[in-house]
Design a protein around this ligand. Structure first.
Ligand SMILES: Nc1ncnc2c1ncn2[C@@H]1O[C@H](COP(=O)(O)OP(=O)(O)O)[C@@H](O)[C@H]1O
Ligand SMILES: [Mg+2]
Length: 251
């Protein structure tokens, strides 16, 4: 039995003129603990919807999602979703943003500060504990958001285009840091992106989605050794394959 099982999930929304919008159609996907799944697809193919369902923020119209032994029926502690936009509390500094969930859980102040300091150094924000979000660059805010997600200590981390708003250099650096965190923490990660390079660089498997209705078009196993070289032939071949698949969908 796999750790995370998405079984024949459909999600239908009602549009403004009462029309049916099939955001997801017949999605089945299962993954093992510690896998790094990446999902690519054009805007509107249902990527965010799928993450919201896994996180229990919404319910499927039909089908089931199971994590570990339990069906996902609502928000739960196993899963944390990092949103597309930086979702830090603007009125809290970095320390308090990251420590927020620990405070909610009743972790005492001493231990809280210790754990938060570890996370801050993990994401490379040492020295910025007292900074407020508006004082940080986009990349730093995103690192703080990731540290905050890790503070919840979820088994499954869902990331919705987390590096989308960053310039290429910052994105590459954060991807590397993130891989190191994944290898150390052994989390199960599902990362949504429309950046093919990112999907091939990070994933153990890529799911390519198509839109209208949102469906899985193809699953690609990525067996490239790490650290991966973007210049290697295997990398560029896989990149090309994913790009061609996405282009064929759009035709
Ligand atoms: N709450 C909603 N009500 C109606 N339609 C929605 C809602 N959320 C998403 N959709 C529609 O579902 C489809 C998939 O959206 P989304 O999951 O945001 O795609 P993606 O993240 O891949 O860009 C889109 O057509 C979108 O307009
Ligand atoms: Mg989206």
């Amino acid at each position: 039995m796999s750790f995370l099982i998405i079984d024949k999930v459909n999600k239908v929304y009602t549009g403004k003129t009462n029309e049916e919008i099939v955001a997801l159609q017949d999605i089945s996907l299962s993954c093992e603990q510690g896998e790094f799944i990446t999902i690519v697809g054009s805007t509107g193919c249902g990527k965010t919807t799928l993450l919201r369902l896994i996180a229990g923020l919404e319910q499927p119209s039909s089908g089931t999602i199971t994590i570990g032994e339990n069906a996902v029926t609502g928000i739960n502690e196993e899963v944390t979703l990092v949103f597309q936009q930086y979702s830090l509390f603007p009125w809290y500094n970095v320390l308090d943003n990251i420590g927020f969930s620990l405070e909610l859980k009743g972790v005492d102040k001493h231990e809280r500060i210790e754990r938060v300091q570890k996370l801050i150094s993990l994401v490379g924000l040492t020295g910025f504990e007292k900074s407020f979000p508006y004082e940080l660059s986009g990349g730093m805010q995103q690192r703080a958001a990731i540290a905050r997600a890790l503070a919840y200590n979820p088994k499954v981390l869902l990331l919705d285009e987390p590096f989308g708003a960053l310039d290429e250099r910052t994105r590459h650096r954060l991807q590397e840091e993130f891989l190191a965190i994944w290898e150390r923490e052994k989390k199960t990660i599902i990362l949504v992106t429309h950046n093919i390079d990112e999907a091939v660089f990070l994933g153990t498997r890529i799911f390519i989605m198509r839109d209208r209705p949102g469906k899985i078009e193809e699953e690609v196993l990525i067996q490239l050794a790490r650290p991966r070289s973007r210049q290697s032939k295997e990398f560029t071949d896989l990149h090309l394959h994913v790009r061609e698949t996405l282009e064929n969908i759009l035709e």
